[in-house]
Design a protein around this ligand. Structure first.
Ligand code: ADP
Length: 271
């Protein structure tokens, strides 16, 4: 199938033997292609708002120079577009930091119940704006695990923000956290955090690709609500670092559930 080789031939001196070497460089080529795709995607994502801003500057210098209402409107759009670029650059930096740390095991003990509660508190204004209510079920007592607090805050922020944004106005977002003695994925104890919304849902065919960088089910919708297409990619890398998993269940027309599984027991060979 799609295997790429380099072939080299060398003659072994005084033997009449020719040595033919095949080197499988499929992975190397694939990594190069992924890097090129990523750079192309980033450039495109930055260029779109940049082109809009450049166009509006030109209009403001020319035809709209003395048109006060138009000036106000264009400045508003330029602000929104520069905010989008800023978010994109912020997410790119997060992604590259998270990737750089991926092999360093977190060692600090943190309380995941507190982290989820504080994420909900800080997203309450966003929920209120969309008339979304949180229905929350968290244990009373802390649940401690070795983790990077800021990174877990980012995981739950990204998931709960998506549930608010894609869940639709006037709906509920359900957040639960459970400590289990046995989580099948780890064959050990773990924490299960679920973030569920009552939005449009996601077609099954998209589910395996949601954590790819810049993958969006509906690009127009994502851009409209200010998404960068990197949120779930960041979530995936952070969970990898914590030996966690992300499961997604969704039904079109009914809503989506994003489930984070995190192991509680330190693996014996962990660093
Ligand atoms: P974005 O910045 O576009 O929201 P994400 O990486 O967070 O990027 O999510 C990737 C895509 O997954 C989104 O563009 C959206 O299409 C889909 N998605 C994520 N969360 C939800 C959700 N709760 N309901 C429906 N679709 C979702």
């Amino acid at each position: 199938n799609d295997t790429t080789y380099t072939v080299s031939v060398s003659l072994v001196e005084n033997t009449g033997i020719a040595l033919v070497t095949f080197q499988d460089i499929t992975m190397v080529t694939a990594a190069g292609q992924m890097r090129r795709d990523f750079v192309a995607n980033v450039s495109h994502e930055l260029r779109t708002p940049l082109t809009a801003v450049m166009g509006f500057i030109e209009t403001l210098q020319g035809p709209a120079r003395n048109d006060a209402p138009a000036r106000e409107r264009f400045l508003g759009i330029m602000q929104a577009e520069t905010e989008r670029m800023n978010r994109l650059v912020g997410d790119l930096l997060s992604l590259s930091r998270v990737e750089a740390d991926e092999r360093v095991r977190p060692v600090t003990q943190v309380d995941i119940v507190g982290i989820v509660a504080s994420t909900i508190r800080s997203l309450t204004p966003l929920a209120t704006e969309a008339n979304v209510s949180f229905v929350v079920d968290l244990p009373e007592d802390p649940v401690m695990l070795a983790a990077d607090m800021d990174q877990l805050l980012q995981v739950f922020t990204n998931l709960i923000e998506n549930a608010i944004k894609y869940g639709g106005r006037d709906r509920n977002v359900y957040v639960t956290l459970e400590k289990r003695d046995r989580v099948n994925a780890f064959r050990a104890s773990g924490v299960v955090v679920s973030v569920r919304d009552e939005g449009l849902g996601i077609d099954q065919q998209h589910l395996p690709r949601l954590t790819e960088r810049f993958y969006r089910v509906d690009s127009h919708r994502s851009r409209e609500i200010g998404g960068t297409g990197l949120g779930l990619a960041i979530v995936k890398h952070i969970l990898n670092r914590h030996r966690g998993r992300l499961k997604v269940q969704s039904k079109l027309g009914e809503g989506s559930e994003f489930i984070v599984l995190l192991p509680l027991e330190q693996a014996r060979n962990s660093v």
